[in-house]
Design a protein around this ligand. Structure first.
Ligand SMILES: Cc1cc2nc3c(=O)[nH]c(=O)nc-3n(C[C@H](O)[C@H](O)[C@H](O)COP(=O)(O)OP(=O)(O)OC[C@H]3O[C@@H](n4cnc5c(N)ncnc54)[C@H](O)[C@@H]3O)c2cc1C
Length: 466
């Protein structure tokens, strides 16, 4: 069988790139003992459950399958590279629900009722992550705090105000959202240029530590992770119509249930998704703060710093070590066309210097306390990295059973927002594997993977809202 190649030009029908760079999160977790699990061990010929992808979706699906009664020894996880080396270990660290901003855009595609459900689901995810971390004592630097949406222009302040109004008119709960404008917004956010700001509960975590906790836990119970083992094809088994043959670069494993947790690369094994799930490269940076943003001056909340819908920066400051993590929107209009176009890539081996320069310049504009010329050696830009996010053309993930392929399931397509979605989606998939009904999942119906949804998607795109 010919092997698929990595695709620097961004086709979703590719395996992840073979020489990814390391993110801040990966650089600070190199001692994880399962990083290269079973790298050389032969694959078993069969396994009842095969999960493809070892990010937070794959790890949590395995965890929830075991909670629901699956024998851990019946589960294997296949991972193309080292453990959890996709977006889950390369993101900007936010566990941040959308409180209302996406309402207008979601409504246009999915209707107001679904738009409300999408937003309610994100609020629920924050609670679920907080409960999970507490219940299992997960050491992932989770910080439950508040988050600010900061409007840096009057135009964007108007957009946000209109979205909130539409959300409230449709019956959306806004009791947890605080609003500030002018001087009050500037004082609350410590941003002199803030025009307005909204604040609601949000959080941050060390995403690689969270992903690794999930893997460590399921491996500890008997599940097996095979790293450096890309799956390249899934087809009906020649030996039984009840089984699937999963072809990997290291041989074939047969399974009753196959769960695709491959996010941006989902279309390699599910080619029918090629037009609907698109890899996009995103970039994040760590900065070591100067005294004006350190110690008691550290930022206590997280931020989305917004000039417009598609021009924004995400910011958290880690409670543990004070490191700032700065993410950048993918279509920032201040970037050159060439740089913006370069986001259509699955190459996470390096970062883009123009984006890093823009991020630093903008950070200095927004927080004038950060004056680069006064930084001492060791302060300022620490590290830059990229990761591949999975954009779906209707901006919501694919979740559930794949009817046309009985025994196969998907949990993928998180639109750069997985930390605010996976903790309800992966448990739902685990439940569905055990014959549960979609309605018991409590998820917005528009997340369900159905042939009708694919037909609707083939009729046209919605503009990306993140
Ligand atoms: C720079 C950046 C910043 C982000 N910031 C945030 C943020 O602040 N908040 C937020 O909510 N979200 C953020 N995201 C998105 C978030 O990280 C993702 O939505 C989430 O991690 C998706 O998790 P996952 O497990 O579904 O996918 P992934 O973590 O990508 O896992 C998929 C895994 O599948 C493996 N794989 C793929 N194909 C195959 C194959 N054929 N065979 C075997 N293995 C395969 C991959 O190697 C990978 O490990 C960001 C993403 C990036 C890149």
């Amino acid at each position: 069988m010919s092997q698929p190649r990595t695709s620097p030009d961004g086709s979703s029908r590719s395996i992840p790139s073979e020489r990814p760079g390391l993110s801040y999160w990966q650089r600070t977790t190199r001692a994880f003992p399962h990083l290269f699990a079973n790298r050389e061990t032969p694959l078993p010929p069969t396994s009842k459950y095969v999960i493809i992808g070892s990010g937070i979706s794959g790890g949590l699906t395995a965890f929830e399958l075991i909670e629901a009664g699956a024998k851990a020894e019946d589960i294997i996880i296949l991972e193309a590279r080292e453990a959890a080396s996709g977006a889950s270990s390369r993101n900007a660290g936010h566990v941040r629900p959308d409180a209302f901003r996406g309402f207008t855009a979601y409504s246009k595609v999915h209707g107001a009722e679904q738009a409300l459900k999408i937003i309610q689901n994100e609020r629920l995810v924050l609670e679920k992550v907080a409960q999970f971390v507490k219940r299992h004592n997960v050491q992932c630097d989770f910080n439950l705090t508040t988050t600010f949406d900061v409007c840096m222009t009057p135009e964007f302040a108007k957009y946000e105000a209109d979205s909130l109004e539409a959300y409230k008119e449709a019956g959306g709960d806004s009791s947890h959202i605080k609003y500030y404008e002018g001087k009050e917004a500037q004082e609350m956010t410590r941003i002199p240029g803030a025009v307005a700001a909204y604040e609601w509960p949000g959080g941050s975590s060390h995403p690689a530590k969270l992903a690794q906790f999930l893997l460590r836990s399921v491996i500890g119970q008997g599940a097996r992770l095979f790293t450096f083992c890309p799956a390249i094809k899934v087809e009906k088994s020649s030996s039984s119509s009840e089984l699937w043959d999963i072809h990997t670069t290291r041989g074939v494993v047969k399974a009753e249930k196959v769960i695709h947790c491959t996010n941006a690369h989902a279309a390699l094994l599910l080619p029918q998704l090629e037009s609907y799930i698109r890899p996009n490269r995103a970039q994040a940076h760590t900065l070591i703060p100067p005294p004006a943003l350190a110690a008691t001056e550290s930022l206590q909340s997280t931020f989305s710093l917004r000039y417009s819908l598609h021009h924004f920066y995400s910011l958290i400051q880690r409670k543990d070590d004070g490191t700032l993590v700065l993410g950048v929107s993918r279509t920032n209009p201040t970037l050159s066309e060439e740089t913006v176009a370069s986001r259509f890539s699955t190459d996470d081996s390096r970062y883009n210097e123009e984006i890093a320069e823009d991020a630093l310049r903008s950070f200095g504009d927004i927080f004038p306390q950060y004056v680069s010329k006064y930084l001492v050696h060791g302060e300022g830009l620490d590290h830059s990295w990229t990761g591949i996010i999975a954009m779906t053309t209707d901006s919501v993930p694919f979740v559930g059973a794949i009817e046309s392929l009985p025994g196969q399931y998907i949990c993928a397509g998180f639109n750069g927002h997985g930390m605010a979605r996976i903790f309800t989606c992966a448990p739902a998939v685990a439940r569905l594997v055990f014959q549960g009904d979609w309605k018991d999942t409590g998820l917005p119906e528009c997340f369900q993977f159905t042939p009708e949804r694919l037909s609707r998607m083939s009729a046209g795109d919605m503009p990306s809202i993140w």
